[in-house]
Ligand binder design. Structure first.
Ligand code: MN
Length: 245
């Protein structure tokens, strides 16, 4: 079995190596990841310049660094290796729950695998400046990989770890509204700059990814590729007032 692993923190991130060490129990592993950090690049792809695919040394793994985005890495990795059976992404340094799923390069790398018809899983862990002990997540990583291999129709899973997991559960994405605060500051030269500092304005809903994390559980969310708003479509296509012609 061929397992392609990528991330958005870059090829030298400790999270990538920890994920690869678990994944190698299930088949041949190849690491193809950005040469520098590409966090919050979402599903960007590179089309205005060429991509380079350079072999690199990562602890006995077949590894390549790419001057591109996470999605580029999965496209190129699948193209050059071929017949990939599973795409894994992470382990990201930082959670990817709720609205962050839209911004995440980690989730996008897995999503790119799903676009190519390959089952794919994104993994993310909390990060407060200290690199976490990823070993504590190994059993949960194994469990999710095994469920995916048994049920490949799951397609795309987004997995998030709490600091100290006490269990694991299926969840849905938390969708809350945020106040889009932009906080101004000044650099050492006195130039004005800005930080994006968004804050949720609603409480956590039970059964969501955020709820799982707040309750010490590993969150596993099946993600779909079809963004159609079924409820709105059904209402709009039947109501006389929203007729388009
Ligand atoms: Mn990242």
């Amino acid at each position: 079995m061929r397992i392609l692993i990528s991330n958005d923190d870059g090829i030298y991130s400790p999270g990538l190596l920890s994920l690869a060490e678990v994944a190698r129990e299930y088949g041949d592993v190849r690491l193809v990841a950005p040469d520098v950090e590409q966090s919050a690049m979402s599903h960007a792809i590179t089309i205005l310049r060429p991509l380079l695919y350079k072999p690199t040394k990562i602890d006995g793994f077949d590894a390549y660094r790419v001057n591109g985005t996470p999605a580029d890495c999965v496209i190129l990795g699948e193209h050059l290796w071929g017949d990939v059976d599973l795409v894994l992404s992470g382990i990201n340094l930082g959670l990817n729950i709720g609205h962050n799923i839209w911004y995440s390069g980690t989730v996008a790398a897995a999503k790119q695998g799903a676009f190519l018809g390959v089952p794919a899983i994104a993994f993310s862990a909390p990060f407060d400046g200290e690199v976490p002990d990823f070993g504590r997540y190994a059993d949960h990583i194994r469990r999710v990989i095994e469920v995916m291999l048994e049920h490949r129709e799951l397609g795309l899973l987004n997995v998030n770890f709490p600091q100290e997991p006490t269990g694991i559960c299926w969840t849905r994405q938390s969708v809350r509204h945020y106040d889009g605060q932009v906080v101004p500051g000044a650099d050492p030269m006195g130039r004005e700059h800005f930080w994006m500092a968004i804050k949720p304005v609603e409480a956590t809903e039970e059964g969501t990814d955020r709820w799982a994390i707040e309750n010490g559980k590993v969150s596993v969310t099946p993600i779909r590729l079809d963004l159609t708003n079924e409820g709105a479509l059904s209402k709009a296509s039947t109501a006389a007032s929203s007729r388009l012609e």
